[in-house]
Design a protein around this ligand. Structure first.
Ligand code: ADP
Ligand code: MG
Ligand code: ZN
Length: 476
């Protein structure tokens, strides 16, 4: 029997508001534990929550970008559970009326576009942080995170492979980054993902019992965890076992999932309307206003990059995946109009620098005009492409302009044919054997001779001129 995986993802996104979802406490990261908590986010008697306008706007922005329907009547609910990271013993969330519903995210799968339906997007508050790895026989709790606004984005079970899940997450993150509503950093926990997975015989439409996977702190982890779980479940059902509905944790080190708890049902949470937040009707004016602030999104930008700059699918895909890279690319092309060359440099030497230094494009300190300045020096023959690679690293390190570095280190190549002729002459005299090889039809001897001249010139001779002079001299 052939089985197919069925996957649905729940993403929690920490919204980058200055203050918490329902109180004025700061959301700044890394402050002294419990220094950013007040009666409201601690749930002290008599304290009343008030919705953060910015968080609400961010939620609408995301809803619009994901093509969702937007709820007319906005209301919140209490989700009740007892856990030390939740001082109120309930979380303010949205149950039956999520802010947004029925949206979609497109992914590429097997070369074709596939629509992944977004079931719901709702606003809720984060819990505190428990710290267990402390010396001694106790744990700590930090309530600074309690009440920070989260957006939960839930898909329908439309994903049919771990790779599709990976692509969905990549595209979703890219859209969210374009919207500038969150730092979207899985390692820092501002973007978290739980994956629901079941398997079923191919051709059957009923869903199998699902397992919820947690504890994955990168998209790669999500993919790896799902791969493992797909094999585990297929093996189990093939052996006639039943999959039990449960939550499992991914152990990235061991490369396995292990059971954490059997999954609670929704009624365990005893949801009921939050009585301290009055439901309100969104008139539509705010939605119209927010619509205007939505930038060109990745898919549209990709289409434009292909049409306007003639980039390939692959190149355009890399250029748009990060908004700041896309902005950088366009700024470079403004001052240096060979788009393909710019894209190649960004994908090659620039991205290598970002990786090596572990920074984003903004942190590299190489302005777009810096890169175009360098590329112009290659075009006008001042330096070779090879020398330029070294100059780029130097530019990043010293923050100097390309021309300045070329001048200081006298890297400018020799294009003066008189001087090149001298060097070619010397090589031709010294390498008599290669010269006769070339004259007897051995083409590779020519390449060797060019190499010898370049060596003589310490890499700084203009290769085009060297070729020309050498051809002439050998022909004579
Ligand atoms: P729960 O109430 O357990 O949180 P939901 O219906 O809200 O369940 O779904 C949570 C996520 O699980 C959604 O992304 C949904 O698409 C996915 N999902 C639901 N049923 C299945 C299933 N049988 N197999 C895989 N994913 C599923
Ligand atoms: Mg759920
Ligand atoms: Zn507070």
């Amino acid at each position: 029997m052939q089985y197919e995986p069925v996957i649905g993802l729940e993403v929690h996104l920490q919204l980058a508001t200055k203050t918490k979802a329902f109180c004025g406490c700061s959301t700044e990261f890394g402050k002294r534990p419990n220094s950013q908590a007040c009666p409201v986010c601690l749930g002290l008697p008599g304290a009343l929550p008030k919705l953060n306008r910015e968080a609400f706007r961010y939620a609408i922005k995301v809803a619009l970008a994901l093509d969702c329907g937007i709820q007319k009547l906005i209301k919140f609910d209490r989700k009740n559970y007892y856990y030390p990271d939740l001082p109120k013993n309930f979380q303010i969330s949205q149950y039956d009326k999520p802010i947004a519903y029925n949206g979609s995210v497109m992914i590429a799968s097997g070369g074709i576009a596939k629509k992944i339906r977004v079931k719901r997007v709702h606003l809720e508050e984060d819990a505190g942080k428990l710290i267990h790895d402390t010396p001694g026989d106790y744990s700590f709790v930090d309530y600074n995170r309690t009440g920070i606004p989260l957006l939960e984005i839930v898909t329908e079970p439309d994903l049919n492979s771990p790779d599709e899940a990976y692509r969905y997450l990549t595209n979703l993150k890219s859209i969210l980054q374009y919207l500038d509503v969150s730092s979207c950093d899985m390692e820092k926990g501002t973007l978290r993902c739980d994956a629901n997975i079941s398997v079923r015989p191919k051709g059957v439409s009923a869903l199998g019992a699902k397992v919820e996977l947690k504890n994955m702190n990168s998209f790669k982890n999500v993919r790896d965890g799902l791969e493992y779980e797909v094999s585990r479940q297929i093996e189990a059902v093939s052996a006639g076992e039943k999959i039990s509905q449960e939550t499992r944790l991914w152990d990235a080190e061991k490369g396995v999932t292990a059971p954490m708890r059997s999954k609670e049902e929704a009624h365990d949470y005893r949801y009921f309307p939050e009585p301290d937040l009055v439901p309100f009707v969104e008139s539509g004016a705010l939605v119209d206003e927010i619509k205007k602030t939505i930038p060109e999104l990745p898919e549209a930008r990709m289409r434009r990059f292909k049409a306007e700059y003639g980039l390939s699918d692959y190149d355009a895909g890399v250029m748009i995946s990060d908004k700041l890279i896309a902005d950088y690319f366009e700024a470079c092309v403004k001052s240096y109009n060979k788009a393909k060359t710019v894209a190649n440099w960004i994908m090659g030497d620039i991205m290598a620098q970002l990786k090596e230094r572990d920074v984003g494009i903004a942190g590299l300190g190489l302005p777009p005009e810096g890169l175009s300045g360098l590329l112009k020096l290659i075009d006008d023959g001042t330096i070779s492409g090879k020398i330029a690679k070294g100059v780029l690293v130097e530019m990043v390190e010293t923050k100097k302009a390309a021309a300045e570095i070329v001048k200081e280190k006298s890297l400018a190549q020799v294009s003066d044919s008189g001087r090149i002729e001298e060097m070619v002459k010397a090589v031709v005299e010294k390498e008599a054997k290669s010269v006769s090889d070339y004259r007897n039809g051995k083409a590779s001897a020519f390449t060797f001779l060019v190499g010898q001249v370049m060596k003589e010139a310490k890499g700084k001779a203009n290769p085009a001129v060297v070729n020309q002079v050498l051809k002439k001299m050998l022909g004579a």
